[in-house]
Design a protein around this ligand. Structure first.
Ligand SMILES: Cc1cc2nc3c(=O)[nH]c(=O)nc-3n(C[C@H](O)[C@H](O)[C@H](O)COP(=O)(O)OP(=O)(O)OC[C@H]3O[C@@H](n4cnc5c(N)ncnc54)[C@H](O)[C@@H]3O)c2cc1C
Length: 315
């Protein structure tokens, strides 16, 4: 076809090359994603741990994929260069998520969401992918709710929706003006769950483990020192620190608790590392378990009473 043949008679547009999607299966549009899923090779759950997956970026796409594949049993390595996976560009998505749930009974459907997305995308989108987007949109909302994303709700408690982006139906689920942030926090917490699940077996290989009681509660949902020991039975010594309360050592020789000395805290940064340094110093000097804990408290106390990175040296 010549260039002249590609131009609309009134000159309104020029026909471009057809959009090809070579990987999409043949068949009716609305069945292609189901066909793709059915034809995909399945992997036995016991074999998934042998497969390593690298995911670069922890926006909504990357973080969700990493958490989901980790939950499914694959060995996932997730790369993030921000200070936290919560800081991806996805944080900007304030409007909400579209899902063809038709909760408002206003005539919405998977086909309508598909149709309007293709139209809204200036007919440039790959249609089978857009149909898939419309199909899975209904599941994404359920997944986010299960992760704890606080979507806006109506007075009666049902999920609220709004009309967004000029459409005639109300299909946008939102969390006030913070949808992006809240979704990222949900995805990040799902990632955290995988990190915690992976951490316990790794720690089991170590001989000496330092754990904060509050950190363990966040990571593993543990409450007491004994809960932590039950989770980490292998390390020969587990030291559980509980801030201003004290530190407990659990080992084959028994349990030793040493209360924290009373001090005026200036800044907590570095206290955990200082405690470990003091404990290890006494360990290498052949001191008793109680003396090791005391030395740990002493070093932590130096770090807690200064805004410097490192407290004054111990005598
Ligand atoms: C202002 C704005 C408003 C929007 N509003 C909405 C809305 O209301 N509703 C909606 O559905 N969509 C909205 N969108 C679109 C939506 O936010 C994006 O489509 C979606 O967040 C993209 O997610 P993502 O995970 O693919 O990308 P991103 O969130 O950009 O995540 C990609 C991540 O990869 C990281 N990365 C890139 N390269 C590397 C590397 N080499 N190594 C390590 N990390 C790397 C990036 O730093 C980033 O953290 C909006 C977008 C913008 C900009």
């Amino acid at each position: 076809m010549s260039i002249a043949e590609n131009v609309h008679p009134a000159g309104f547009y020029t026909l471009g090359a057809p959009i090809t999607d070579e990987k999409v299966p043949a068949g009716p549009l609305e069945e292609r994603w189901d066909t793709r899923k059915f034809n995909a090779k399945l992997i036995n759950p016991t074999n998934r741990r042998k497969i390593s997956i690298i995911i670069v970026g922890t926006g909504l796409a990357g973080a969700s994929a990493a958490a989901t594949l980790g939950e499914a049993g694959y060995k996932v390595t997730s790369f993030c260069y921000q200070d936290s996976p919560r800081r991806a560009h996805s944080i900007a998505a304030q409007g909400g998520i579209n899902a063809a749930k038709n909760y408002q009974h206003d005539g919405d459907s998977v086909y309508r969401l598909f149709y309007e997305t293709v139209k809204g995308g200036d007919y440039r989108a790959r249609e089978a992918n857009v149909y898939r987007l419309a199909q899975v949109s209904v599941n994404i909302i359920d997944q986010c709710v299960a992760q704890g994303v606080p979507f806006a709700r109506e007075y009666g408690g049902l999920l609220d929706t709004r009309s967004f982006g000029g459409v005639q139906v109300s299909r946008t689920f939102y969390a006030r003006g913070q949808t992006g942030q809240q979704l990222l926090i949900g995805a990040y917490q799902a990632l955290e769950r995988q990190i915690a699940a992976d951490l316990a077996p790794k720690l089991a290989e170590d001989g000496l483990v330092f754990v904060g009681l509050d950190e363990a509660a966040l990571l593993w949902g543990t409450v007491t020192v004994d809960d932590i020991r039950a989770l980490l039975p292998q390390p020969s010594t587990v030291i559980v620190k509980d801030g201003e309360v004290g530190a407990t050592s659990l080992s084959a020789t028994g349990t030793v608790f040493e209360p924290s000395p009373k001090i005026d805290v200036v800044e907590v940064v570095g206290a955990g590392d200082a405690f470990a340094a003091g404990y290890l110093h006494a360990l290498l000097a052949g001191r008793s378990e109680r003396e090791r804990l005391q030395r740990g408290h002493e070093a932590a106390g130096r770090a807690l009473t200064t805004t410097d990175d490192v407290g004054a040296a111990l005598a």
